[in-house]
Design a protein around this ligand. Structure first.
Ligand code: AMP
Ligand code: ZN
Ligand code: FE
Ligand code: FE
Length: 276
C-alpha cells in the first residue's frame, strides 16, 4: 500500500470533534500510513496520540499550528519535529492561553457596551483546560444567546477583523514564533498560504527563516498547489501537506484528502517521530 501521511488535523484538544485516540484510529481506517496532529496553540494531544499510534501501527510526527501576526494580519504557522514535552514549548503555549484570556476579556467588554452580556466563567473553564478558546466559541455563544442568528453574522457584524467588537489583544509575532520553533529544534512551515491573498505579505513572510510551505491543502485546485510547489522550489523550502481536518466542525473535508509521501515525511520528521 502506498504510504500517505496527513500532516494537518485538529482534535478535541483544539477545535476538532475527534479525540486524539479517535483521530489516530480514523487515520488508519482511512488508509493513511502517517499522521501529524496540529492543534491550535497546544500539543496536549500527544499524551494520548503517541500510545494510540503505537497500538494502531501508524507513523506519527509531532506538530502544532500556532497563531501569529505580521503587520496586523493573522498568519498560521505549522511547527513540526520537536519534543512535545519540552518545557520551553509548554511555556510558549501558556503564553497563548494568557493572550487569549486577555483578548477575550477585551472582546467581552466591547460586546457588553453593545448590550450583549457574555458568561465569562464558561470560557475561563475551557481556557483552564488549555483549550484555545477564541472568536469561533464567542460567536457560537452569541448565537445561543439569540443576539445573532448565525456564527457568520456574529463575525460579519461584531467579531471579524476590524469589526466593532474585535480586539487584537497582544499578539505574538510570526518571527518570534519561528524563532521559538527553531529553539525547540523543530521546523516552521507557512500554513495554507492561499488564505493570505496578499502577494506583498507572502513575499515578506518568505524573507523570514521558514523551513517550508504547506503546498498541498484540503481540496485546493492542483494549479494552486503547483504555484506553491514552484515557490517552495524557488526558495529551497520543504513542502508539507494535509487536510486541516476538523471532523464534524468542517464535514466537507475528510482526513487524508491532502497528504505527503514517505520521503517527505522522513525529511520533515528527522527526530521526533514514531514509526511502526
Ligand atoms: P481566533 O483564533 O480567536 O482569532 O479565531 C480565529 C478563527 O475565527 C479562524 O480560524 C476562523 O475559523 C474564524 N474567523 C475569523 N474571521 C472570520 C470571519 N470573518 N468569518 C468567519 N470566521 C472567521
Ligand atoms: Zn481549527
Ligand atoms: Fe489554520
Ligand atoms: Fe488548521
Amino acid at each position: 500500500m502506498k504510504f500517505r501521511a496527513d500532516l494537518h488535523c485538529h482534535t478535541t484538544c483544539s477545535d476538532g470533534s475527534m479525540t486524539p485516540r479517535e483521530i489516530v484510529f480514523h487515520a488508519k481506517e482511512m488508509g493513511l500510513s502517517g499522521l501529524s496532529i496540529t492543534d491550535h496553540d497546544n500539543v496536549s494531544a500527544y499524551t494520548e496520540a503517541i500510545p494510540a499510534a503505537k497500538e494502531a501501527k501508524i507513523a506519527l510526527g509531532t506538530g502544532v499550528e500556532f497563531s501569529s501576526v505580521t503587520e496586523g494580519r493573522s498568519v498560521h504557522l505549522l511547527g513540526y519535529d520537536f519534543d512535545p514535552t519540552d518545557p520551553e514549548l509548554k511555556a510558549f503555549c501558556e503564553r497563548h492561553v494568557i493572550r487569549r484570556r486577555g483578548r477575550n476579556k477585551a472582546i467581552f467588554s466591547k460586546l457588553e457596551k453593545q448590550g450583549m452580556k457574555i458568561d465569562e466563567e464558561k470560557f475561563e473553564t475551557l481556557l483552564e483546560k488549555g483549550l484555545p478558546v477564541g472568536r469561533p466559541h464567542i460567536a457560537l455563544e452569541l448565537v445561543e444567546k439569540g443576539y445573532v442568528k448565525t456564527v457568520q453574522e456574529a463575525f460579519d457584524r461584531f467579531l471579524g477583523d476590524r469589526k466593532p467588537c474585535f480586539d487584537p489583544g497582544s499578539p505574538i509575532s510570526t518571527r518570534e514564533t519561528i524563532d521559538l520553533i527553531h529553539k525547540l529544534g523543530g521546523k516552521a512551515f507557512l500554513a495554507h498560504p492561499h488564505f493570505l491573498r496578499n502577494s506583498r505579505l507572502i513575499r515578506q513572510l518568505l524573507s523570514l527563516p521558514l523551513d517550508g510551505i504547506e503546498c498541498y491543502y484540503a481540496r485546493i485546485p492542483s494549479e494552486q498547489e503547483a504555484k506553491w510547489v514552484q515557490l517552495a522550489e524557488k526558495h529551497g523550502l520543504l513542502m508539507s501537506g494535509g487536510s486541516d481536518f476538523h471532523g464534524e466542525i468542517k464535514p466537507m473535508i475528510p482526513l487524508g484528502c491532502s497528504w505527503v509521501t514517505e520521503e517527505t515525511f522522513d525529511k520533515i520528521f528527522e527526530r521526533h517521530r514514531w514509526k511502526y
